[in-house]
Design a protein. Sequence first.
Length: 91
Amino acid sequence: MGFRYRPGLSIRLVDGELVILDRDAQKIHQLNSTASFVWNRLAEESDLVDVARELSTEFEVEESAALEDVRRIVEKLRELQLLVPDVEMRS
């Protein structure tokens, strides 16, 4: 299953990190460089293993550690309701 950004979020890049304004929840979230990388890659890639592979290369960490980080970040973003499941059927 893939994910998509929840509609209605305002996203800005500030000093290399993403800042997300969630008006519905009246919260501001600042993503560190790792979470920002994952967020940006999820816009293009829905396979978490592929995102982890790219993260591993970018940050020079083991792929297993990168995959654990990607899964943790995605879970947190889902918990915050910034990411929602992409339920659209893809052909």
